[in-house]
Design a protein around this ligand. Structure first.
Ligand code: GLN
Length: 464
């Protein structure tokens, strides 16, 4: 048999015993991790129970048998006393957690360069970033170290690294997957997401981890769908809107690739027409106010008393707070806390946070109106291919613009999926983003599966 990790798990698990499958994954991790730095922790041989499929978990989702660092010095030795609901559901379904993946500190970033444990390297070109913040999860799947991984999304952290690494990435509808055990960044935007090689695998996994959870009051009571049911139905008659305001300035290979993707959908019998989401250009401005405001509140709990790193330097309680946070948090996290605290401060609250929430409501109304006419909305997943390591670390604004096409779905709460759409001349992955109305994941998988079947880019693996 060919390398089992190059097959979808839906096939590999029929051919392999649980022990063989997990063993193959642990071997591949052992072989490639020194080069890619995708994993922060790797489980020991024989981890778990009667296992079937290996999976990696982003290291901001808590597990009991391995630490959860959030890519931060402040939590470098933290082991959670409980497990995330998504993780317990995976275990109950027979999955084996083989490791915890590297990320930007507290999921704040678009390149996994803001990790206290060093950057993740892109398996297609190790001088390039893997994207972020779930860069470890995306690189691990792309490099065939695991057949699947969980990531987290606040503004694009699953889709953007999936795009840079040439794999499938899903951000589910807000409330579709329990956030219990996902370390909070911006609670009103956060959602656990899924990274796989193929759309069908992604659909199966959503069925495992999705659904209501009494431990997360924002999780939806809506029943879990049969997500893979329509993956073979094609796109004839389905209506795709191309978000004009987002794509008008596209150039170069991203433009040609995107236009080619539209043609593939048209050939399949889909209706592909221009759509308008007039406020979409404000998404990044709204996102970096709302997300940082929520982050400044959520990260207040890391005070050296209750969790994580405690500084022994100072004498007073005030010293303890200042030193523990000063020593434990990295520069980007500090920047976010300061920006968020400012946006919420008295005298500025209305001008920043209040305004951002008002424009966010308009953005949502614009999406609702567009979905009156279309089943799906399309953009490229990212405005460019994976950039060189170091290219944006001194320019936070240009790093933030990496999320220009992904952040809108988080602000509006809709599901969105990144599917590989080809390769640049330099051999770097390109990606198509498909967005759908709230809870329309089943339709999303249908559309993406058609595109995948027509193109088959997932079969190409990076040479390591
Ligand atoms: N890149 C975005 C940020 O830095 C999104 C992060 C995420 O989705 N967790 O905030």
């Amino acid at each position: 048999m060919s390398d089992p990790l190059s097959l979808p798990f839906t096939e590999a698990r029929r051919q392999l015993s649980a022990r063989e499958y997990v063993g193959a994954s642990l071997r591949a991790i052992g072989e490639h991790n020194a080069k890619l730095n995708a994993f922060i922790h790797v489980a020991g041989e024989g981890a778990g129970g009667p296992l079937s499929v290996p999976i990696a978990i982003k290291d901001n989702i808590v597990t009991r048998d391995m630490p959860t660092t959030c890519g931060s010095q402040i939590l470098a030795k933290f082991v959670s006393p409980f497990e995330a609901t998504a993780v317990s559901r995976l275990r109950a379904a027979g999955w084996s957690i083989v490791g915890k993946t590297n990320l930007d500190e507290f999921a704040m970033g678009s390149s996994t360069e803001h990790s206290a444990f060093g950057p993740v390297r892109n398996p297609w070109n190790t001088a390039r970033v893997a994207g972020g913040s779930s860069g470890g999860s995306a690189a691990a799947v792309a490099a065939r170290m695991v057949p699947a991984a969980l990531g987290s999304e606040t503004g694009g952290s699953v889709r953007q690294p999936a795009a840079f690494c040439g794999v499938v990435g899903l951000k589910p509808t807000y409330g579709r997957v329990s956030r219990s055990g996902l370390v909070a960044f911006a609670s009103g935007l956060d959602q656990i997401g899924i990274i796989t090689k193929t759309v069908r695998e992604c659909a199966e996994l959503l069925g495992v981890i999705g659904g209501h959870d009494p431990l997360d009051s924002t999780s939806s009571a809506q029943a879990v769908d049969d997500y893979g049911a329509d993956v073979d139905r094609g796109v004839r008659g389905l209506r795709f809107g191309v978000v004009s305001e987002a794509v008008e300035k596209l150039e170069g290979e991203v433009r040609t690739n995107f236009d080619a993707a539209l043609e593939i959908l048209r050939r399949g019998g889909a209706v592909v027409e221009p759509a308008s989401v007039p406020t979409i250009g404000h998404a990044i401005a709204i996102y970096y106010i709302v997300a940082n405001a929520e982050a400044s509140a959520n990260l207040a709990r890391f005070d050296g008393v209750r969790y994580g790193h405690r500084s022994a330097r100072g004498k007073t309680l005030r010293d303890l707070y200042f030193d523990s946070r000063g020593e434990g948090f990295g520069a980007e996290v500090k920047r976010r806390i300061m920006l968020g605290t400012f946006a919420l401060s008295s005298g500025y609250y209305e001008a920043y946070y209040g305004r951002a929430q008002a424009v966010r409501a308009r953005l949502r109304a614009d999406f609702d109106a567009a979905f009156q006419r279309f089943d799906f909305l399309l953009t490229p997943t990212t405005p460019e291919v994976a950039f060189p390591i170091g290219a944006k670390t001194d320019d936070p604004l240009s790093m933030y613009l990496s999320d220009i096409f992904t952040a809108p779905a988080n602000l509006v709460g809709i599901p969105a999926l990144a599917v590989p759409s080809g390769f640049s001349r330099e051999g770097l992955p390109l990606s198509l983003q498909i967005m759908a109305p709230h809870f329309a994941e089943r339709a999303l998988f249908r559309a993406a599966a058609f595109f995948e079947k027509e193109t088959n880019y997932w079969r190409r693996a990076p040479k390591l």
